[in-house]
Ligand binder design. Structure first.
Ligand SMILES: *[C@@H]1O[C@H](CO)[C@@H](O)[C@H](O)[C@H]1NC(C)=O
Ligand SMILES: *[C@@H]1O[C@H](CO)[C@@H](O)[C@H](O)[C@H]1NC(C)=O
Ligand SMILES: *[C@@H]1O[C@H](CO)[C@@H](O)[C@H](O)[C@H]1NC(C)=O
Ligand SMILES: *[C@@H]1O[C@H](CO)[C@@H](O)[C@H](O)[C@H]1NC(C)=O
Length: 384
């Protein structure tokens, strides 16, 4: 009896020590805000639903105050761009004045409206959203002159293509939310009949044939709460002062953001876009991370995003025909966009038949299901 007791005690001691060890590891992780702990935090927060109601309340401002985020003069506009009756998709590309080459590449590839219309049978409107060229008041006058020359170049570009929407706010990283609001306001005013709205970075590749097919099918179903992209769930605000995404407590006081889709590219239905527009009329938009602001809007109108495994976040997708035949968007493409477009528009069947499907699953599995974290499609994409 006594021996057993002693053995049990020993057992318990080991247990106690293990528990302590685990706890200290957890505490260290908590300090460093590791991904796992953030998940636990976010899920516990999620159950306190009132947390999200409070976010909405704390960021609500009067219409007068909200107007400060949208009340900018148009420097370039194409009010009649959406005249066509049946517009499947209004696609806004977030660009900056200096990115002439990227816009040229997009127009010649996945943003070629003529091609989309004639070969894919859909009306898609591609517009570029941008702010004003940077000049600081204290800079020497030659930079101001340069800016004037530069703006003239934009006017010429717009005369040629008629697809720039530019407002008079400084085009900068910290003004991206203003650029997003511009897009929803423009749609509300000029393209409210488009069935879908999409916003995308200018270094993204969009597999337009796949996207058009997908949206065409989706539009015949229920799109009341349609919002898809690569979803970030329970992401915490970054509080390190040196991060590009630093958000001070005064700007956002809660431990996690509402669910949102990576700003690289996402799609909402026209109906959701309409409601987001209304949300922007009463929200404080000083939080400058535009995709997070979209999450706040979604929270305010009670719509949550759905994950689509073939929408990219930060990552560039490894090239393989099996992945390629299913992809929607991939991030970080500039030089290779022409080759990708060529591959996308060549009618080639990949992964058909049982053997083809098995082959593709194996290939996708080997490329996407790595034991370490990679910023590309998730492993789940291998099995759809
Ligand atoms: C867009 O597509 C059309 C039809 O396929 C083609 O004729 C035209 O050259 C393309 N535009 C550009 C800029 O490549
Ligand atoms: C955003 O744009 C406004 C209007 O041009 C400007 O006053 C402000 O400095 C810009 N903010 C940032 C962070 O660039
Ligand atoms: C909006 O939020 C910022 C902090 O991010 C705050 O300084 C500002 O006063 C708020 N605006 C209104 C109108 O409440
Ligand atoms: C968010 O706040 C607005 C304005 O106060 C309100 O109209 C809306 O219903 C709120 N949304 C939710 C989900 O509580």
């Amino acid at each position: 009896m006594f021996v057993m007791f002693r053995r049990m005690r020993k057992c318990q001691r080991v247990q106690l020590m293990t528990t302590c060890l685990v706890l200290s590891v957890v505490m260290v992780c908590w300090e460093q805000e590791s991904a796992i702990v953030n998940h636990v935090k976010s899920y516990s927060y999620r159950y306190l639903d009132s947390g999200f109601l409070a976010i909405n309340k704390s960021l609500t401002v009067t219409r007068e105050q909200a107007r400060a985020f949208s009340n900018f003069r148009y420097l370039l506009n194409n009010p009649d761009k959406c005249r066509d009756r049946d517009v499947l998709l209004l696609l806004f590309v977030k660009t900056s004045p200096e990115n002439f080459e990227r816009r040229r590449a997009i127009r010649a590839t996945w943003g070629n409206e003529t091609y989309i219309h004639s070969s894919l049978g859909a009306t898609v409107k591609v517009l570029f959203a941008l702010g004003a060229i940077r000049t600081k008041a204290n800079e020497p006058s030659w930079t101001k002159r340069n800016a004037a020359v530069f703006q003239k170049q934009l006017v010429e570009e717009n005369d040629l293509h008629g697809d720039l929407i530019q407002q008079d706010f400084l085009d900068s990283f910290h003004n991206l939310t203003l650029k997003l609001i511009l897009q929803f306001h423009w749609m509300h005013r000029r393209c409210a009949h488009a069935r879908f709205f999409m916003t995308a970075d200018d270094d993204i590749f969009v597999h337009m044939p796949n996207l058009v097919r997908y949206l065409g099918a989706a539009s015949s179903g229920d799109v009341a709460d349609f919002w898809i992209g690569k979803v970030h769930r329970g992401a915490p605000p970054i509080r390190h002062k040196h991060s590009k995404y630093y958000v001070p407590l005064e700007m956002y006081q809660w431990p996690i953001y509402p669910d949102y889709t990576a700003g690289a590219a996402y799609v909402v239905s026209g109906e959701v876009a309409h409601r987001v527009y209304h949300a922007t009329l009463t929200l404080n938009a000083s939080i400058y991370i535009d995709d997070v602001f979209m999450g706040i809007c979604g929270n305010a109108i009670g719509v949550s995003p759905q994950d689509h495994v073939y929408f990219a976040g930060e990552g560039k997708t490894p090239y393989h025909p099996c992945i390629y035949s299913q992809m929607m968007t991939s991030h970080g493409h500039v030089e290779d966009i022409y080759e990708l477009w060529q591959a996308a528009t060549q009618a080639r069947e990949t992964g058909s038949g049982l053997v083809g499907r098995l082959y593709c699953t194996a290939m996708k599995w080997s490329l996407l299901c790595k034991p370490w974290y990679q910023e590309t499609y998730s492993c789940r994409a291998a099995f759809v």
